[in-house]
Ligand binder design. Structure first.
Ligand code: ZN
Length: 455
């Protein structure tokens, strides 16, 4: 079923297991049996995740002259989601079993019947419950937004939603940001934050979760220039993944068919990665036109327009929205960097992570726990800690420790041995080549910096 080419086929299970064993990703509340579609990022996972977010922020905010950042709240006035269309249209058709009360996606059941799965059709072509054969209700729309209540009273008036996308925080702040920053078109806002969707069928590890993190840009342009900017962003975003070291053969851009478009979109491209379950979306880049600003103008009564000095007119900008998933990017980065090779008859597993993404940049490894090696090794560790994320490891053989660092993608190991006591020098060992080079401790930071550019 996998189309994955190149290396021996890598299963999702291999990464799930590595992630748990080494502290990248744990099942949420695992000691209670977990909760479907929720995951926790462990000590190495949080580093990798932060590094992905930092790389994105650097590329789209710090290095550009036309985008500013934002961090909006997760709960917003519920009218936002009426205006955005989510209250009405962000839903899947569901049927309930009248007997066992189980709930199914109507299109799933239709699919199973079409595929001829046994036992799902009763006489007369009526679809019955696949669990108990009971009678099903008519399809009803089930909204994917999580509901909660704001304040002490749990009623309709206090209902609020956990945001299903970060985008609306940026649209709602359009006028605030424009006024505060006096930007000219085209300009954008960027935001990283949690979003929540009560997916009927979460799955594929952290690919489809119910709580996830988005990295979104809303890029406002003059109507008529939107298609050109759309192309700019498709190219820019594809190049960002390639710049992180994602292999070109595992990345593709696909234009969605008209019937796949969301209710707000005129045109959408997806950046897709070749996961074990096939090509799947990492990022959607949509032309949302002026849909959102017009809807918020209508529902809030506030004019969300831009004064164009050239024409002397107030215009409603179009918006191009590159919307990426942090968790999906995390998964793609793991898949793409995972390698197995045989070294001197033994299997070596390594993550060939881009140095900027590696959770640990440098591992400090005394050759043994011999008491004479402890002071110089700890001194080297202290020297490096202000510069990079480091790890100190003195347990088991040096070979085992190199393997452990390879497996989590640490680009450089620094080894302190008995010669260090005489020559004040240490050995740098590189992850990918396994090359070793001796450098004086006094020049260690510089030598590592050469190997970890822009990190
Ligand atoms: Zn049933």
């Amino acid at each position: 079923m996998s189309e994955k080419a190149g290396d021996a086929r890598l299963e999702m299970e291999t990464l799930v297991s590595l992630s748990k064993r080494r502290g990248f990703v744990f099942q949420s509340s695992e000691i209670y049996g977990g909760l479907g579609g929720f995951w926790d990022y462990g000590p190495l996972g949080v580093e990798l995740k932060n590094n992905i977010k930092r790389a994105w922020w650097k590329a789209v905010v710090q290095e550009r002259d036309d985008i500013v950042g934002l961090d909006a709240s997760i709960l917003m006035n519920p009218r936002v989601w009426v205006a955005s269309g989510h209250v009405d249209t962000f839903a899947d058709p569901m049927v309930d079993c009248r007997e066992c009360k189980k709930r199914f996606r109507a299109d799933d059941l239709q699919g199973r019947v079409a595929a001829g799965v046994h036992g799902h059709v009763a006489e007369g072509g009526v679809i019955r419950c696949p669990e108990c054969g009971g009678e099903l209700t008519e399809p009803r729309m089930f909204n994917l937004m999580f509901k909660t209540f704001v304040g002490p009273v749990e009623d309709q008036a206090s209902t609020a939603y956990l945001r299903p996308e970060t985008a609306q925080g940026m649209f709602a702040n359009f006028d605030n940001v424009l006024t505060a920053t006096r930007r000219k078109l085209p300009f954008g806002m960027a935001q990283i934050g949690k979003a929540f969707r009560n997916e009927i069928t979460p799955g594929n590890f952290i690919f489809r979760d119910r709580e996830f993190e988005q990295m979104e840009i809303e890029y406002f342009v003059k109507p008529g220039t939107d298609e050109e900017w759309h192309q700019h962003w498709v190219e820019a975003r594809r190049n960002w993944y390639l710049g992180l070291g994602i292999r070109e053969e595992n990345l593709r851009v696909r234009r969605l068919d008209k019937d796949e478009l969301a209710h707000y979109a005129k045109d959408t491209y997806e950046v897709e990665y070749l996961f074990p379950m096939g090509w799947s979306e990492l990022e959607g880049i949509a032309n949302r036109t002026d849909f959102d600003l017009r809807r918020h103008t209508e529902f809030s009564g506030r004019q969300l327009t831009y004064y164009d000095e050239g024409s002397g007119e107030h215009i409603v900008p179009y918006v191009i929205e590159p919307s990426a998933g942090v968790d999906r990017c995390f998964l793609a980065v793991l898949f793409d960097s995972y390698h197995e090779e045989t070294v001197r008859g033994e299997k070596r597993v390594l993550l060939r992570l881009h140095p900027s993404l590696a959770p640990v940049k440098v591992a400090v490894l005394p050759l043994s726990r011999h008491e004479s090696l402890v002071p110089p090794a700890r001194k080297v560790w202290e020297l490096l800690r202000p510069h990079w994320m480091t790890q100190y490891d003195d347990s088991q053989s040096i070979g085992r420790r190199y393997r452990r660092q390879d497996e989590v993608g640490t680009p450089c190991c620094v080894t302190i041995d008995f010669d260090t006591l005489e020559d004040q020098a240490v050995t740098i060992r590189e992850r990918d080549s396994m090359d070793q080079v001796r450098v004086p401790t006094a020049g260690l930071v510089e030598a590592l910096r050469e190997r970890l550019p822009n990190v």
